[in-house]
Design a protein around this ligand. Sequence first.
Ligand SMILES: Cc1cc2nc3c(=O)[nH]c(=O)nc-3n(C[C@H](O)[C@H](O)[C@H](O)COP(=O)(O)OP(=O)(O)OC[C@H]3O[C@@H](n4cnc5c(N)ncnc54)[C@H](O)[C@@H]3O)c2cc1C
Ligand code: FES
Length: 512
Amino acid sequence: MSDENTKLAGPDLGEGIPSADLAEGGMILGQVAGEAVLLARSGGAVFAIGAECSHYHGPLVEGVLVADTVRCPWHHACFSLRTGEALRAPALDPVPCWRVEQRDGRIYVREKLEPAARSARAVAQPGPESIVIIGGGAAGSAAAEMLRREGYARPVTMLSADDHGPYDRPNLSKDYLAGSVPEEWIPLRPPEFYAARAIELKLGARVAAIDPGAREIRLADDSRYDYGALLLATGAAPIRLTIPGIELPHIHYLRTLADSRAIVAAASAARRAVVIGASFIGLEVAASLRARGLEVHVVAPETHPMDRVLGRDVADLVRKVHDDHGVVFHLGTTPASLEQSHVMLQSGEQLDADFVVVGVGVRPETGLAEQAGLAVDRGVAVDAYLQTSVPGIWAAGDIARWPDRLTGEKIRIEHWVVAERQGQTAARNMLGAGERFDAVPFFWTQQHDLLLSYAGHAAKWDRVEIDGSLAGKDCTVTYRESGRKLAVLTIGRDRASLAAEIELEKMIAAGA
Ligand SMILES: Cc1cc2nc3c(=O)[nH]c(=O)nc-3n(C[C@H](O)[C@H](O)[C@H](O)COP(=O)(O)OP(=O)(O)OC[C@H]3O[C@@H](n4cnc5c(N)ncnc54)[C@H](O)[C@@H]3O)c2cc1C
Ligand code: FES
C-alpha cells in the first residue's frame, strides 16, 4: 500500500459536472485544486469529501454508501459524508470536506470547509472525575482519543506496560516485518499528539493491582492512581512453549514492536528460519520472512492449517499459496526441543534454524481483572455496554467477552478493528452514552499475494457456500449454521465484504 493509492483522476469538480451524471446513491471520483475528491449523492443531497481513507489511503469511491456515510473498501472504516468525521475505526482521523454548489443543472465543488464543530454531548455532563485506561494498544488508545473527541475535559491517563506509544500492531507481522514499509509507519500518532490533548501517556507503566473499593490503581513501581472510571484494555499475550531450549536467545515471540524489531534484526543476518505454529500470525511471519528471501519452515500439529477457522477449501488455498511461495510445511508434528542451530521435532526430523519464531496463539491478559474480583469467564465478562461486573470498570479489546447481538452467545475476539471499536464504544459509555456494542466483527490477513477479508463471526458452522473461484482468488465464502448466515470471507471482492457487513448489521438491528 503506498501513500498515494488514489491518484488524481476524474473530472475537475471545480469546473462542475452535469447534475445528471451523479445518480442517487452514486459516487464519482474527481479533483479540486490538486486534491482527490469524492462526490456522492445520498438522500437527495450532494456531498464532497476527501477521496482517500485516512487509515491506509483506501479508495473510498470503491466503498459503499450507507445513508449519509461511506464505508472504506479495505478495512471497513466509516466516514460521515456531512462532516468527514471518522465515525468508526480503524480510521481515526476525519477526511476533508468541500462546499458543494448546485446551479443551472450542474454540480460544482467550491472551497474546502473548516472541520465542523462537534456536538458537545458529553460536555453537557462533565462525566467521571477522571478516567484511567490500562493498556496502550488498539482499544486503550482508541478510547483515549474518543474521550477527547466527545468533549470530555477531565483528566485522562493511559498506562501502558509497553515502552512505545500506541502503534499499528497488525503491521508488525506484515509489511514492517517484510521490510516493505519504514518504521515511521508504525506509531499510530506522533508523541506530541497525546500531550496536545492532555492525555497523560505513561509508558513502561505496568499495573500490578486494582482496588475497586478505593477506586485506586497500584503500579509495579508502587506509584498509585485514583480513578473515577476505569477501562481495562490489557490485550493478550503469546502462549509460551515449555520445551527444552525455549529460553535460548534466538527464540522469538511476536506481540510488540520490540519483538518485531528483534525478528527483523535476526532475519537480517540469517538464511533459514523455523516458525512454530500455523496461526494467522505464524503464517504472516512465514510470508514476510520469505519476502526477505529467507528459507522458511513451518511446524504445526494440525494437518490442515486454518481448517478450523476458515474451513477446508479456504485452508487448502492458504496452504497452496504458501507452497507456491516456497514455504516448507512440517505438519502433524510438534517441536520436541530447541537447540542453538536446529529444532528437533517429535517426528524425529531435525530442522536447521538460524532463529525461531513461535506463534502458537495468545491468552487474554485477565490477571488484573481476576485480582480485582471482576467476573472472568475465558475473558473479562462484560455486558452489552462493555461494562464489567463492577460498576465504573469497563473492558474492551482482546480481553473482553461480550454478548454477541447476532447469536446471543458470549464471544471474545482477537481483531484489531473490534478492539478499536470497543474502545470507542466504552469511551462513550463511560460518559453516559448508553450505547450497545453491536459492530459486526471484521478482520483481514495478508499472506504473500493473498488478502483475506472476514466479516462476522462463525465459531462453528454446518455449511460453507463458495461463490466464484478460490483458485482465481476472486470469491465470496459464506459460513452458515442451521441456515443462518454467520460470517462471510471474501478474496478480491471488497464490496462484497462490505455488503456482508451491512447485511449482518441489518440482521442484528432486526433482532434487537
Ligand atoms: C503481529 C500481530 C498481527 C496482527 N494482525 C492482525 C490483523 O491483521 N487483523 C486483525 O484484525 N488483528 C490482528 N492482530 C490482533 C490485534 O492486534 C489485536 O486484536 C489488538 O491489538 C487487540 O487490541 P487490545 O487493545 O485489546 O490489546 P493490545 O493491542 O495488545 O494492547 C494491550 C496493551 O495493554 C498493555 N498492558 C498489558 N498488561 C498491562 C498491565 N498490567 N499494565 C499496563 N499495561 C498493560 C500492553 O502493553 C498493551 O499496550 C494482530 C496481532 C499481532 C500481535
Ligand atoms: S484503508 Fe480504509 S479502513 Fe483501512
